[in-house]
Design a protein around this ligand. Structure first.
Ligand code: ZN
Length: 476
């Protein structure tokens, strides 16, 4: 029995021989499936379009088209290729580390291969997510020592110290400059970005291609990876972690009240009461210091999956640009230590982004999860996704049941959504989570390639693509 035309096609044989076997099979079978369904939507969808043309040619035509098409297919990277390169070749990519810089170089190389002209932005960032909180707790503990010194000078000093630490912490939680940041080490990090113009609808020679578009979407995906602290170890520890911030702030406020009373009333009982919030702050201090001693995760889901998805989106956009919308893809550094990269990008490009839309793509491929539209996140201040963008996303989710996507609110977590909101952009975030809102390998050593699900990645990519098309279609 002879093999079907598909399997005899020299291009397909070539693909099988040159691509990593499992990826080739997965990709080719997906193309076969697409062809079978002859999905009308695939027209204009870039590489899929080209692959479908490839499948339609007769053997004689194939000889003519073979090399161009086979070359094209071989060049096509899959999301797993990107994730493998980031996690296995480069490895864990701590904020401001050499590996984070290598990941930025890698993203720039891939953008060049897609045909874009990547640019680089360097900035200074904190090196630790936990040091500001350890310093805050340390200053509050030092205040308790002062409180036990001769009064009222000791109480006054304690009140000033704790008050300053508390105000700084609140500014830190709002991603604003503060005393804690000034006292802690910083290092250099980088963003890499490139723009895909729209199908231009103005002929003015004075304007850049991006300016000819009615709107700009900035997509951010972070390159760096988190540490693997005890507080992310299990669901029980995660509950402890979620309590730490309110407990820590509450304890510092209680201390401040005791210190202020202590300036006027010298009573030993006040000092003894102060030991109780002191114990909570000591626990905060120990857990924050422990977190900073742990190794970095490989971050396959968080966030090599997002980087891969944005690279594939960029490739699709180059093949099939949006009608009215320029898209700038930004691969950011230092998200894991308070989103310094996204903040630096939006800060530097503020004037040109006044009416821009910000789309965050973070953790979009975890096994056991479903693609997810983030309605909002809350660290200290709530950061809601833009209602207009949510309406478009809701429509996409409703019209594409095959994506099995959901929408969720995130609490006690920050991401680049908070930074878009801080900069007054219309912002929305996509991720993938379990339906109960959890992420199984979040900030764990198990966030590896094996725990990424290709099917979730593909559905997340499609959700992002349909959302972009919806945003583009919303321009009147
Ligand atoms: Zn992330």
């Amino acid at each position: 029995m002879s093999a079907p035309f598909w399997d005899q096609t020299p291009g397909v044989v070539l693909v099988r021989k040159t691509m990593r076997a499992s990826d080739a099979e997965r990709w080719l079978s997906k193309q076969k499936e697409e062809k079978r369904r002859s999905h009308p939507d695939s027209v204009g969808d870039g590489y899929k379009d080209q692959a479908l043309t490839f499948l339609d040619v007769r053997p004689t035509d194939a000889l003519r088209l073979l090399y161009a098409k086979a070359w094209f297919i071989m060049q096509h990277m899959t999301s797993l290729d990107y994730i493998r390169d980031l996690t296995e070749v480069i490895g864990p990519r701590g904020s401001t580390s050499e590996e984070e810089a290598k990941a930025a170089d890698y993203a720039a190389d891939q953008l060049k291969q897609i045909g874009l002209a990547p640019q680089r932005q360097t900035f200074l960032s904190a090196t630790s997510a936990y040091a500001p909180y350890a310093l805050f707790a340390g200053l509050a503990l030092l205040s308790i020592v002062l409180f036990w010194q001769p009064q009222p000078v000791g109480a006054a000093g304690a009140a000033v110290l704790t008050g300053t630490a508390l105000v700084s912490l609140i500014l830190e939680l709002l991603f604003r400059s503060n005393l804690l940041r000034w006292c802690l080490p910083v290092d250099e990090s980088q963003n890499v970005f490139a723009t895909v113009p729209c199908v231009a609808h103005s002929t003015s020679a004075d304007e850049s291609p991006a300016q000819r578009c009615a709107q700009t979407v900035v997509i951010t995906a972070h390159l760096d990876t988190h540490r693997t602290p005890l507080v992310f170890h299990s669901p029980a520890w995660l509950k402890v972690f979620r309590l730490l911030m309110p407990l820590g702030i509450g304890s510092a406020v209680l201390l401040l009240v005791l210190f202020v009373i202590g300036v006027f009333v010298s009573d030993a009982i006040l000092r003894q009461i102060a030991l109780l919030p002191g114990a909570v702050l000591l626990a905060v201090f120990v857990l924050m210091v422990q977190a900073d001693q742990t190794p970095y995760t490989k971050g396959a889901d968080d966030n090599a999956s997002g980087v891969a998805t944005v690279l594939l989106l960029a490739e699709r956009l180059v093949q099939a640009p949006l009608q009215h919308t320029a898209v700038t893809v930004v691969f950011t550094g230092c998200e894991e230590v308070a989103c310094y990269g996204a903040d630096a990008y939006l800060q530097e490009h503020g004037p040109e982004l006044r009416n821009a839309i910000h789309l965050v793509i973070d953790q979009v491929g975890g096994a056991g999860t479903v693609p997810c539209v983030v309605r909002g996140e809350r660290f200290l201040a709530p950061a809601p996704s833009d209602p207009g963008l949510l309406a478009i996303a809701d429509r996409v989710v409703a019209e594409h049941p095959e994506l099995d996507a959901t929408t969720l609110n995130l609490s006690t977590a920050y991401g680049e959504l908070s930074i878009g909101v801080k900069h007054d952009l219309r912002t929305i975030a996509l991720g993938s989570l379990r339906k109960d809102g959890t992420s199984p390998h979040w900030h764990k050593a198990s966030d590896t390639l094996e725990n990424v699900d290709v099917a979730v990645l593909e559905r997340s990519l499609e959700l992002a693509w349909q959302l972009l098309r919806g945003i583009d279609a919303s321009v009147v």
